[in-house]
Ligand binder design. Sequence first.
Ligand SMILES: Cc1cc2ncn([C@H]3O[C@H](COP(=O)(O)O)[C@@H](O)[C@H]3O)c2cc1C
Ligand SMILES: O=C(O)c1cccnc1
Length: 564
Amino acid sequence: MEKILVLGGARSGKSALAERWVTELPDAGPVTYVATAGDRPGDDEWAERVRRHRARRPASWRTLEETDVAAVLRTAEGTLVVDCLSLWLTAVLDGTGAWEDAGALVRVDAAVDELIDAWRSSRARIVAVSNEVGSGIVPATPSGRLFRDLLGTVNQRVAADAHRVVLCVAGRALELPAATPIPPASTSADLMPPSAAESSSVTLRCSTTLGRASRHAPSQTMEGHPGVPAPVDAEAERAARERVDGLAKPVGSLGRLEEIGVWLAARQGSPVLRPPARVGVTVIAGDHGIAELTSAYPAAVTPAMVRTVAAGKAAINALASEHGAFVRVRDLGVDADLGDVAPEVTEHKVSRGTGRIDVEDALPREQVRAAIAAGRTLAGDLSADLLIVGDLGIGNTTIAAALIGSITGIDAEKATGRGTGIDDATLHRKTEIVARAIERARPVRDEPEDLLARIGGADLAAMAGFLAGAAERGVPVLLDGVVVTAAALVAEAITPGSSTWWLAGHRSVEPAHDAALDHLGLEPIVDLRMRLGEGTGALAALPVLRSAVAICSRMAALADLDLG
Ligand SMILES: Cc1cc2ncn([C@H]3O[C@H](COP(=O)(O)O)[C@@H](O)[C@H]3O)c2cc1C
Ligand SMILES: O=C(O)c1cccnc1
């Protein structure tokens, strides 16, 4: 059920807001108010505060004075207001003696882990209130500093698993955006947009106070089974459809947004949608033997663009920083030495370029296998709850056309496009090369590894492994353009049924794209006449996906309209 975190300073209006929300809920069911304040014998002012709070609440609410919040969350049904996590933390510090004894911090850690676990798994709808205490100057006392740091971390961890987080200031609520440009402690620094780089050391330091400040999406903690896509939650899908149909609008009037919302609910495993909190873009680069014959640009652009993505200055970086996604780039098969960019950029490199696919194999089968495995690893080593993979490599639209032609059966004339913008003579040559590649691949068109060895490349193989790996782990993917969708066709052959975890982000100008999408039964979300790759078309669709989540999670029910 829905989890909401309300943050704010003292007297910001946070408790009143939480209570008002719950009072106004049409389907709150039985409401339990969990007061974590505890007694303060002999403190009359405190007793008066508690009395005032109580008087404000509806008489039908049950009040539970309880500091073991985790136990309450585990067994609760209906709706809970937990007020507040800061007093709960105070009680934990009191109970463990951790104010003075640093050795007792492990027990605080354990209590926080337990709370987070209960928050995540609780069947109740929960509105939790907590203090935002980090804005002032550094407290003068060690206990003040300890409390401030611990509470900041608790708030981060609770927020990471909340459907909504709001910040109250002066009695007004500010809805906090879902995506936070802060990488989890476990991932490498190359996921940061440049603007976040300065604050990263602070972030990582804070997040280790309690071991882990952010969680992996549940599906990410599962290894996944090679060759088998994770199941989707049909019951969540049915319940989400029913919920969406019952919102304050004519049935079906929000069109594709409704479909996307229901699709995502089935993959998140809950009819109550959560906006994607961490969107990870992995750009996979490689060179191709045919490039000089079929592209408008020289192959030297590939390594140059890898550097540009790593520097945060490519189109994909611009879109990602605008829409709260992280970008990393990996060289799987660039025909240049990129070891100096950053060690992780070449961590999975398997080749330098490929053979000319019209006359020879692209690469040996062992390299294909290694690249597929690398792709699977890359899909699993991010704590992202929405994945995007992008392509980078001069000549790669030729490879895409050949793969799409081989798998879907469309001929080279239909499959071949102008890529980066080639002239008629180059288009003619490219079409012949694609036709010869399709011919060479005919005997192995149903064998993904052999097909990639003949007419693919390390980058395409890694993208295919990535897309299969995401489906095996149960992480939704937004597909990009023609190159990524060519890899998706291969991934569907590696792990049949993978496409159930993918949404087509956009429709590329490249002619083979439509055939590939049709083959997969996918309908693109946007058509902006884009033809770049890098993952840009997928990111162009991300705001639409967020819109779908917004309508599905924030609207009133039709049944609650006051028709006089
Ligand atoms: C500066 C530049 C940046 C790019 N970013 C992606 N691509 C895209 O265009 C290339 C594929 O088109 P073709 O098959 O015609 O070579 C790939 O690098 C692809 O990622 C780029 C291309 C260029 C020139
Ligand atoms: O659709 C794509 O992915 C694409 C199109 C042209 C050039 N590079 C990529």
